[in-house]
Design a protein around this ligand. Structure first.
Ligand SMILES: Cc1cc2nc3c(=O)[nH]c(=O)nc-3n(C[C@H](O)[C@H](O)[C@H](O)COP(=O)(O)OP(=O)(O)OC[C@H]3O[C@@H](n4cnc5c(N)ncnc54)[C@H](O)[C@@H]3O)c2cc1C
Length: 322
């Protein structure tokens, strides 16, 4: 196959972390393909977004037009068709975000390409792409061997791949000012409305102190918050905790919440149902505190403590204070 084309994602003038994760996936595949990774940035001022991409992509294709300030598939599709014709990639990667879910099928449909979504692993075998995905809410892992094709479109699950180091490769850039861009007919960007409960991005945290139903009630959540403060961590939770409003929905980890990959994930009173595990099992170090030795969380924990969290928390806090 030819190289890998990564479609960069940005919002409100900032490159999204998921783009760097896509570059991690692309660079993992580069040795298998023997070809290079090119990143396409479509924006009003793509140069301003290029900083975090330097050293993480072999080629940069910066495409500038005032109408590319915010994502609009009607604007992206024709521009990308040109970029794809120029780069002739064997694989087109993008995050499995709301943007990727909109763009990838449209692009695949328009170009008649095979599409595989929400991938957690990608490899090439005998010229055909093999993709790992989680299905049935993360209960089943499947490996799909796609029919050989000259080009594939893939979206990647958030948190499934690691961003590469900033000096992974040498980057050569190319800037293109688009003079003609057909106006969108059906859709136009009106404004960005942030989710009301998006108080903090748990996916960006290095350390998460995560609480489950075992925390007992909202009156005990401050115990976890104090520990998080002492550790420089962020508090996250399982779904029941968000459902009853002990913490905002934005803090929920799992299939119907967020996928996280912190360096340390401390699970307090979380049973570890597969819907929860699907959102955190790729964390660097998982530490679980649960009074039930048969709790499924221990199957993915690197360190497990069968104990009452209300006994463990004060001791941990004392240790950190001392
Ligand atoms: C379609 C669908 C989507 C879902 N999406 C998600 C999702 O995104 N995220 C998610 O988390 N769940 C999700 N769920 C729910 C999931 O199936 C579980 O019900 C949920 O994860 C359980 O949360 P929990 O571990 O906090 O609670 P429980 O399963 O009730 O576990 C509480 C745990 O705390 C322990 N415990 C109790 N007291 C203490 C104590 N004092 N000290 C130490 N341990 C204690 C118990 O032993 C127990 O293991 C989803 C379910 C469905 C059907």
């Amino acid at each position: 196959m030819s190289g890998v084309l990564v479609i960069a994602e940005h919002r409100q003038g900032e490159l999204r972390e998921a783009t760097l994760e896509a570059l991690g996936a692309a660079l993992e595949l580069a040795p298998q393909t023997g070809r290079q990774v090119v990143t396409a940035v479509l924006a009003d001022d793509p140069q301003a977004l290029a900083g975090p991409l330097m050293g993480r992509t072999h080629g940069l294709r910066l495409m500038a037009h005032p109408d590319l300030t915010a994502f609009n598939p009607e604007m992206y599709l024709p521009v990308l068709e040109d970029a794809i014709a120029a780069a002739e990639p064997g694989l087109i990667l993008m995050p499995h975000s709301s943007q990727g879910m909109d763009l990838a099928p449209a692009l695949a449909g328009r170009l008649g390409l095979p599409l595989v979504t929400d991938c957690i692993g990608l490899t090439y075998q005998d010229g055909a792409l093999t993709a790992q995905r989680q299905v049935y809410g993360g209960k089943v892992s499947e490996t799909l061997v796609l029919k050989p094709a000259s080009m594939y479109v893939c979206t990647l699950q958030g948190g499934a791949f690691e961003a590469p180091e900033t000096s992974a490769v040498d980057t050569a850039g190319e800037e293109i000012t688009l003079t003609e861009l057909s106006p969108a007919h059906a859709r136009r960007f009106v404004e960005y409305v942030a989710g009301a409960l998006e108080d903090v991005d748990i996916a960006a945290a290095d350390i998460l102190v995560s609480v489950g139903r075992g925390i007992g009630g909202p009156e005990n959540v401050p115990l976890a918050e104090e520990l998080a403060d002492a550790l420089g961590a962020t508090v996250s939770c399982s779904r029941p905790v968000a459902d009853v409003g002990w913490l905002p929905k934005s803090r929920q980890v799992g299939t119907s919440g967020k996928t996280v990959r912190p360096k340390v994930y401390l699970a307090l009173g979380i049973s570890g149902a597969f819907q929860h595990q699907a959102g955190m099992k790729n964390s660097g170090t998982i530490i679980a505190v649960n009074k039930d030795p048969r709790a499924p969380i221990f199957a993915v924990a690197h360190y497990g403590l069968v104990a009452d969290l209300f006994e463990v928390l004060p001791k941990l806090k004392d240790k950190l204070a001392g």
